[in-house]
Design a protein around this ligand. Structure first.
Ligand code: IMP
Ligand code: MG
Length: 179
């Protein structure tokens, strides 16, 4: 598996330190509020599980699954809800937790969809941002790391459903695309 990693972009220690800072900030911002964290499956599972441990507040966690990528490395531009929330979010403070913002199409769609359910507030927290690639406007409130336009894997991010379990963020080697 490691032979498909061209280089490590963000190692475990960097992830841990940045997530601790983000958790601290979110803790300050949401003190006294009814917070619901929405993990966007599947990519955000590792990030969400580490992040919520650093948010020192009572909160609930819910999940939503959407698809915007097939098994390729290019966005289809089509967003489908594969699994909707279990909980109601009306009147609650919603924090969407996502793995990466790329074209922005997924989060642009999700934001509109969730806003129509009338939450008290809606913010976005993502582990990675590729600002160069933006096609749809998205306001990301908490960003872990800005990264260049390279296809990354690990820490929840996949290529054709593989590599999510790598504990770091790495760049996929070019020869892995051919398989
Ligand atoms: P967007 O709609 O183009 O912003 O894409 C968002 C989704 O595409 C993310 O939640 C990821 O699942 C996937 N994605 C975008 N860039 C990458 C990448 O570099 N590696 C793995 N998945 C990615
Ligand atoms: Mg994906």
């Amino acid at each position: 598996m490691l032979d498909k990693v061209e280089k490590i972009l963000i190692d475990e220690e960097k992830l841990r330190n940045r997530i601790r800072e983000m958790g601290r900030q979110i803790t300050e911002d949401y003190r006294g509020k009814d917070l619901i964290v929405i993990c966007i499956l599947k990519g955000a599972i590792l990030f969400t599980s580490d992040l919520v441990k650093e948010i020192k507040l009572p909160l609930s966690i819910d999940f939503m699954a959407v698809s915007s990528y097939g098994t390729s490395t290019k966005s289809s531009g089509v967003v489908r809800i594969l699994k909707d929330l279990d909980e109601e979010i009306e009147g609650r403070h919603v924090l969407i937790v996502e793995d990466i913002v790329d074209s922005g199409l997924t989060l642009n769609y999700l934001t509109e969809n969730l806003l129509s359910r009338k939450p008290a507030s809606l913010k976005i927290c993502c582990c990675l941002d590729k600002p160069e690639r933006r096609m749809a406007p998205v306001k990301v409130n908490y960003v872990g790391f800005n990264i260049p336009d390279e296809f990354v894997i690990g820490y929840g991010l996949d290529y054709a459903e593989k590599y999510r379990n790598l504990p770091f963020i790495g760049v996929l080697s070019k020869d892995a695309y051919q398989e």
